[in-house]
Design a protein around this ligand. Structure first.
Ligand SMILES: Nc1ncnc2c1ncn2[C@@H]1O[C@H](COP(=O)(O)OP(=O)(O)OP(=O)(O)O)[C@@H](O)[C@H]1O
Ligand SMILES: [Mg+2]
Length: 310
């Protein structure tokens, strides 16, 4: 019996090795293809680079943002997505963008941190072309809240600290409070140490948006860019958030993309985009009077009394 067991054991070892050896033949082609794809990514040339000689960050009394006849065509597109867009924003102002889906709102604001370079025209921050800044200096000035709120695996506090690595706990808590996230964070069993799972499945859409707003707030940038960042919030939270934001963004330029008229009604300037062109510019009241596209959007959302502009 002893010999038989030993024989069986040896046989099993030999067979197992053979099987492993065979699986190499199955795995090899897969690995080869994967390696090729990884190599492709690693060897991709970055299209948007720092210039060889970048200029220093200018010191100014008042921060400004200028769009000067900006036209933009996506690298793989034919038709321009933005056509001859010009506007100016100063420190302390809130500029809002509204327009139907696909009118180019996200495209427009993506040009500011240089996710793409303009095809014609210039964008200037503090009077200096964005292309003359180093990437680091440029993005340091900007707090960007993308349309699709992205969170990373890690705790809530870590996620907020992505905005500013050396932020103290007080700063993190303050940012969370302004972003109206403090209450729901405290309801989590571990509070700020609650772990966000991969692709943030354990927080709701609106909570995700508020965390990504907190991440931008902790940085205290000169320019805030909100791309439809209030869309998943209920009207009450939206209003409270805007009120709290007003207090902390007095020294900054706020750019807000929104679909809801109520979100942007109080902006200093509203820019109406339609098929990549600016078709209206002014305050809520001015636009109701002068811009038919804005009036149509407003009419679909507001009551008769609210629409009366006199
Ligand atoms: N990466 C891209 N490559 C090519 N075309 C694009 C790209 N991203 C957007 N577009 C096109 O540019 C146009 C404007 O898109 P954009 O995302 O700026 O719209 P939007 O105003 O932000 O819309 P929404 O309100 O739905 O967010 C669309 O017609 C879209 O198809
Ligand atoms: Mg968009």
């Amino acid at each position: 019996v002893g010999r038989l067991v030993a024989f069986q054991d040896y046989l099993f070892h030999a067979m197992f090795s053979m099987m492993l050896f065979c699986s190499v033949f199955v795995m090899y082609p897969r690995a080869a293809v994967s390696a090729k794809r990884i190599q492709e990514i690693l060897s991709t040339q970055v299209l948007i680079k720092d210039k060889e000689s970048t200029m220093n960050v200018p010191t100014v009394n008042e921060h400004t943002l200028d769009f000067d006849h900006v036209t933009f065509v996506y690298p793989d597109g034919e038709e321009p997505v933005l056509k001859d867009v010009s506007f100016k924003a100063c420190q302390g102002q809130t500029i809002a963008f509204i327009g139907s889906t696909g009118s180019g709102k996200s495209t427009l604001i993506n040009l500011i941190p240089r996710f793409y370079d303009v095809s014609a025209g210039t964008i200037k921050i503090d009077g200096q072309n964005v292309q003359d800044y180093s990437m680091e200096a440029l993005r340091d000035k900007i707090g960007f809240i993308p349309q699709k709120a992205m969170l990373f695996t890690g705790t809530i506090a870590e996620n907020i600290r992505y905005g500013k690595e050396d932020a103290t706990m007080e700063e993190v808590v303050e940012a969370a409070k302004i972003a109206q996230g403090y209450d729901f964070i405290m309801e989590k069993p571990k509070g700020f140490d609650e772990v966000i799972t991969e692709s943030a499945t354990n927080v709701s859409g609106g909570q995700r948006q508020r965390l990504s707003i907190a991440r931008a707030l902790v940085k205290k940038p000169e320019i805030y860019i909100f791309d439809d960042s209030f869309s998943a919030l209920d009207f009450k939270t939206d209003a409270m958030l805007r009120k709290a934001l007003k207090q902390v963004t007095k020294q900054s330029i706020m750019l807000v993309v929104a679909q809801r008229i109520s979100t942007i009604m109080e902006a200093d300037k509203i820019i109406v985009l339609h098929e990549g062109k600016v078709v209206g510019e002014g305050t809520h009241k001015e636009l109701l009077k002068n811009c038919s596209i804005y009036y149509e959007i407003a009419a679909s959302q507001l009551s008769e009394e609210e629409l009366a502009y006199e």
